[in-house]
Design a protein around this ligand. Sequence first.
Ligand code: ADP
Ligand code: MG
Length: 284
Amino acid sequence: MSRLVLDEVSRTFPGVRGGPPTRALEPTSLAVADNDFICLLGPSGCGKSTLLRIVAGLDRPTTGRVTLDGAPVTAPGADRGMVFQSYTLFPWLTVEQNIRFGLREQGLSTAEQTRIAAHYIARVGLEGFERHYPKMLSGGMQQRTALARALANDPKILLLDEPFGALDNQTRSLMQELLLGIWESDRKTVLFVTHDIDEAIFMANRVAVMTARPGRIKRELVIDLPQRASSRAHGPRQRTGPASGARRSGPPNGTSARPRSSTAGAPAAGAAVEAEVAGPSSNS
Ligand code: ADP
Ligand code: MG
């Protein structure tokens, strides 16, 4: 059963001061099933954030519609947990208060809020930082908090918009493995936006490749089990030089037993996705 369905969703932004309108997203369809981990992959400006914001209910499509478990998406809701690239924690709240925020909004008792917040604080490895404010945290810890805040509401689907894009390589790979571990053990459903091919192959069971602006999904590629196993054993190939080869995998949830290598990856999957990203836009 498909949980999230995008049916011919497009978005055109009105022109500014008499300028021409911006066609950000061509009519795009996508079905996300339970326990999918789908990466939306495309170059900057191709409409990835636009699409995710529409799914989050933060923006409305110009045409088409989005449904979650059959119900039309028209506004933000606790059934969709969102994590953005830039830090969106409430700066005046502590880590724990940030994570409790949605639970309080839902009217849960203080005891329940405390129990759930403590669970997710442990889940993302932030014990001891409960009373810290966001500005006292590293970027990775802020994103751990944002992830815990999204998970605490037990959403039907997690929506992540380049959540690790601002992090250094080592922190990014730790966060990738943390998220994969949670996805595997908690059987979450994930729609993850990235412009990074290696990240997409490392994380996803399906990669939806978008064309350049105005974007649309031109091809969906299934990353099959051997490819994913290979990618996850070695980690995403790194483009940033030999230093990255020395990284340790440090899996909080044991998704990767071997040290990552800077050269390996999932070559077959990488080549297929690269060909799609680079190639002329095919099918429509
Ligand atoms: P991506 O996330 O893939 O980098 P975006 O979805 O942010 O791309 O943007 C797609 C296109 O839509 C870009 O050309 C961007 O400038 C334009 N765009 C995004 N949001 C708005 C907006 N609120 N008003 C006008 N144009 C926008
Ligand atoms: Mg974006």
